[in-house]
Design a protein around this ligand. Structure first.
Ligand code: GLU
Length: 387
């Protein structure tokens, strides 16, 4: 019913920038606290005002906000820099309410309703949970509500078994993928991606546009994190890789730049823009590449990696070196090269245990090795997405 109304309200913007309709904006802890130990209300006000402006213009905005742990620490007057999970869970439980309270007050000034959605990787890794989260967020958007998402730190415990997002860079890429956004903006306290660390190297140059994230770009990201948040440039690049593969443009920049959000939404170049590399994928493929579904890994040799990268053919046992973690026939797996770089993902026709028996063999030997077979391919090309 208000479909027509929304189309009408979007028309002027469509003419102006013409490119973005649905945005996911990640606000990092260092930005929200201004590098201090507590939420910086003037900074939050400036960011909310920009989001409200875009909302008025008819854009759909999803926020992924960090800051609950910092807010909890501040509220309890705890100065400790402890990073262990039980401590973070307690701080997040105290701080999440405070964080939302601030957002609610700030958006109220614009007459905009907000909603809290706390996600866990474990729930999203089941197709049912993924679809529920997607439906809820899309329904909120259709009601003109601004969803504010964070990881449910109180429940999510297991970083080692990869059952926790751990950083909101990755979470925001998954969310952008989930809602099929056009643009993901990662706002933190760094201006963008530099050729080297600008804090140490005066010759460091900002890279304005990245066409494709390759080993060189990943090398520039290094691994350094910042003081209060969890993610560093490396997690941002990882997030950008996932989103761009799903045809989502990504910008990494500094949230304190005046009007940065509204300027980016109008297509102005600020920070580093990562161009989409993939074509629009169907929802099931987006879920497959999101890593959420992945139950394990298949390690392949260089020949098989080169063949997959040419986007031809299936994965056969001959090219397989190893498996990691237990998975069953029909499970989704990541396919990685021997350096651990993720090349593709897909649905395995064989369990990890079976692959251990047939790895390196010719397909025609599967029957004699296992006593049965499910086909010549370990991952058939119809069930494979190359990254
Ligand atoms: N979920 C954490 C928080 O609300 C943030 C994780 C991150 O910094 O990326 O504090």
């Amino acid at each position: 019913m208000d479909k027509n109304k929304r189309t009408a309200s979007k028309a002027p913007l469509a003419k102006r920038s013409g490119q973005y309709r649905r945005l996911v904006i990640k606000l990092g802890t260092n930005l929200l606290t201004g590098g201090t130990g507590s939420l910086d209300i003037p900074t939050m006000t400036g960011l909310v005002d920009q989001v409200a402006e875009l909302h008025r213009q008819g854009l759909e905005i999803v926020l992924v906000s960090s800051g609950s742990i910092a807010a909890g620490r501040d509220k309890l007057g705890i100065n400790s820099d402890r990073k262990d999970i039980p401590f973070r869970q307690v701080m997040a439980a105290v701080g999440q309410g405070r964080l939302m309270h601030n957002y609610e007050q700030l958006f109220d000034r614009h007459g905009i309703v907000v909603a809290q959605a706390l996600l866990t990787k474990r729930e999203l890794s089941h197709r049912g949970g993924y679809l529920n989260a997607r439906n809820t967020i899309l329904s909120l958007l259709s009601l003109h509500v601004v969803p504010i998402i964070n990881e449910n730190d109180v429940l999510a415990t297991d970083e080692i078994r990869e059952e926790k997002f751990g950083d909101n860079d990755n979470l925001s890429a998954m969310v952008a993928n989930l809602v099929d956004a056009d643009l993901l903006i990662l706002l933190s306290d760094v201006h963008g991606l530099y050729t080297s660390d600008p804090r140490k190297d005066p010759k460091a140059r900002l890279i304005p546009v990245v066409k494709r994230i390759d080993a060189e770009i990943e090398g520039m990201a290094g691994g350094a994190g910042t003081s209060h948040g969890t993610g560093g440039m490396a997690t941002k690049i990882e997030a950008a890789k996932l989103a761009t593969r799903s045809a989502i443009a990504v910008v990494i920049t500094e949230g304190s730049i005046p009007n940065v959000i509204t300027r980016l939404a109008e297509g102005e170049p600020v920070g580093t823009l990562f161009l989409p590399t993939g074509t629009k994928l169907e929802s099931r493929q987006r879920w497959m590449i999101s890593r959420l579904a992945s139950r394990g890994k298949i390690v392949i040799d260089d020949g098989a990696a080169a063949a997959l990268k040419k986007r031809k053919g299936s994965l056969l046992p001959a090219g397989i070196k190893d498996t990691e973690r237990e998975f069953r026939r029909g499970d989704m797996v990541d396919i990685v090269d021997q350096q651990g770089c993720r090349i593709a993902c897909g649905m395995s026709n064989y369990s990890a245990e079976e692959i251990q028996t047939i790895k390196g063999a010719q397909s025609k030997e599967i029957m004699s090795l296992l006593g049965y077979e499910y086909g010549a391919e370990v991952v058939h090309r119809n069930n494979l997405v190359v990254l």
